[in-house]
Write a protein that binds this ligand. Structure first.
Ligand code: AQP
Length: 361
């Protein structure tokens, strides 16, 4: 049976190895599985659609000049990591107005209480509050209640899941490959899609999240209890896909470790489990094999090898990235084609929605 796969990344900063392992790697695996090797322009066949979700990025302030650059950087990174535009479509979210149109419609069927339960909003808003107040503590969730009037916490940030639901529902998406952190938003999408279908009639397909359990959540190199993130205020927490070799080596060397010297993935060793997962993802050597290989090794030797593996893995990505960024025509062609494809599909869905709701003439 044909399947539609949709996913995206915010151009809200430097893409990191967590974005790669949690999302892009899965996209490439899906693309390379024979099922999706369909080089066809027909809209109703297996399809892979990858979006640069710039409208999501602006839920938190972005410097306009930087944002423009990061949008193209993200697109070029999709390609240099291995997304093939002959198989998958790549487009920029803000270039298809159907996303914001459907968001408003979904807002009008979304219970306020359901949105209020989204943990990402609680986490991000509490981080913004902390920054505004200069509070260093990582446990500021309860602070949110008392300081909810902060100007940086926008309605857009609160409404983020409705925009994400629109992204997904517009394309009759079957599966959404994401990291564990996005699971709740996919569940929200299903709830809202189902509610709409019950209220007005069958319009939306309900998507499933596609989450690789072992690599679902790559953690910060500086705090294994906190997700590796573009917006982390500690620059040593994330290995960015475009970091130079020296920086990668420095970040790996300075990565925090657990107590004890064992090189083993275990629940009570979150830092080691995290870096072993990263090692496995960039080298293709399983965590089990790595544990055997480094059984009696020194920590420093292990870290040297890890840094080398990351550098080796990123070298061809970075080389290809430079080529693509220098070829503006190519990048524009890919994005134009992706946008046209996306609009052709989503506009049909929007028409269906308008008709069933009695909107317009
Ligand atoms: N640490 C992570 N481990 C595994 N997967 C991750 N993803 C993000 N961080 C990790 C996955 O990458 C995709 C794109 O994420 P996003 O950019 O849309 O939003 P995010 O999850 O909020 O990413 P960041 O890096 O934390 O960005 P900021 O700091 O701007 O909010 C998603 O599939 C996500 O699961």
């Amino acid at each position: 049976m044909s399947k539609a796969i949709f996913s995206g990344i915010q151009p809200s900063g430097n893409l990191h190895i967590g974005n790669y392992i949690g999302a892009i790697k899965q996209w490439i695996d899906l693309q390379n599985s024979s099922k999706f090797k369909v080089q066809s322009s027909k809209l109703d066949e297996n399809e892979l659609i990858f979006c640069i979700v710039d409208l999501h990025a602006i839920t938190v302030y972005q410097d306009p000049k930087v944002l423009k650059e990061k949008i193209l950087e993200t697109a070029a990174l999709y390609l240099s990591c291995g997304i093939d535009p002959k198989i998958a479509k790549i487009f920029i979210q803000s270039e298809n107005p159907d996303h914001t149109y459907l968001t408003w419609i979904l807002d009008c069927v979304t219970p306020f209480g359901l949105l209020s339960r989204m943990t990402q909003f609680k986490d991000k808003s509490s981080t913004l509050l902390r920054r505004a107040a200069g509070i260093a503590s990582s446990d500021a969730r309860q602070g949110f209640e008392g300081r909810g009037k902060d100007e940086n916490i926008t309605v857009g940030l609160f409404n983020y899941p409705a925009l994400m639901a629109a992204d997904i529902l517009l394309y009759d998406t079957d599966q959404v490959p994401v990291g564990e952190d996005q699971k709740q938003h996919i569940e929200f999408t299903r709830d809202i899609g189902e509610k709409f279908n019950k209220m007005y009639g069958q319009v939306f397909k309900l998507p499933e999240p596609l989450i690789q359990k072992e690599t679902a959540r790559i953690m910060s190199l500086q705090n294994p209890l906190s997700k590796m993130s573009k917006s982390d205020s500690n620059p040593l927490g994330a290995i960015n896909l475009l970091d130079n070799n020296d920086l990668i080596v420095e970040k790996v060397k300075k990565a925090v470790t657990d107590s004890g010297l064992e090189i083993i993935a275990r629940e009570d060793k979150p830092a080691m489990s995290n870096i072993l997962t990263i090692f496995e993802s960039v080298s293709g050597i399983s965590v089990f094999e790595l544990e055997q290989k480094y059984k009696n090794a020194k920590y420093s030797d292990f870290k040297n090898d890890l840094a080398e593996a990351v550098v080796e893995f990123l070298a061809p990505v970075q080389k290809k990235y430079t080529e693509i960024r220098e070829d503006k025509n190519y990048l524009n062609m890919v994005l134009d084609e992706g946008r046209d494809y996306a609009v052709a599909k989503s506009s049909k869905k929007v028409q269906q929605v308008k008709e069933i709701m009695g909107l317009g003439r």
